[in-house]
Design a protein around this ligand. Structure first.
Ligand SMILES: *[C@@H]1O[C@H](CO)[C@@H](O)[C@H](O)[C@H]1NC(C)=O
Ligand SMILES: *[C@@H]1O[C@H](CO)[C@@H](O)[C@H](O)[C@H]1NC(C)=O
Ligand SMILES: *[C@@H]1O[C@H](CO)[C@@H](O)[C@H](O)[C@H]1NC(C)=O
Length: 116
């Protein structure tokens, strides 16, 4: 029991250390990618890089239900992004995801939405 817990802690730690990729929701039969966006922010001294990803995009509408929200941290080290699902997401037709990086560092992330 203790060993399993320690193993879980270690694997959590490793995945956090390698990247902060996130997956919310669940792919289902018949869904497909509805949008994919790469967000690259260049480092600026003492600035915490942030990007608010809003779907549907400004001036657009969407009537498909989101099944899954995926954020890929394209930096495969521990200096990348921490994604936070702020609004909507799986089961909704809209979502807002906050991508937050680390002070003085840039990030490179992909936001991918699946829906049907
Ligand atoms: C977005 O990022 C992914 C993952 O790094 C890459 O495979 C893809 O080519 C990029 N797409 C664009 C349009 O830059
Ligand atoms: C960062 O994102 C761009 C696309 O926006 C991609 O072409 C590039 O390979 C990425 N770089 C890294 C280090 O992941
Ligand atoms: C992490 O990887 C990215 C892309 O390869 C790089 O630009 C960045 O400087 C790296 N960060 C650190 C702390 O090594």
């Amino acid at each position: 029991m203790k060993l399993i817990l320690i193993f879980a802690l270690i694997t959590t730690f490793i995945s956090l250390a390698l990247s902060r990729s996130q997956f919310w929701g669940k792919r289902v039969a018949g869904d497909r990618m509805i949008i994919s966006r790469n967000v690259t922010i260049y480092p600026r001294a003492k600035v915490i890089p942030m990007h608010l990803f809003k779907f549907p995009l400004a001036g657009r509408s969407n009537d498909r239900l989101i099944t899954a929200v995926q954020v890929l941290d394209n930096f495969r080290n521990n200096s990348g992004v921490t994604p936070i699902l702020k609004v909507g997401g799986p089961g909704r037709t809209f979502t807002t995801v906050l991508l937050q990086g680390q002070s003085g560092r840039g990030f490179n992330a992909s936001v991918i939405l699946y829906g049907r």
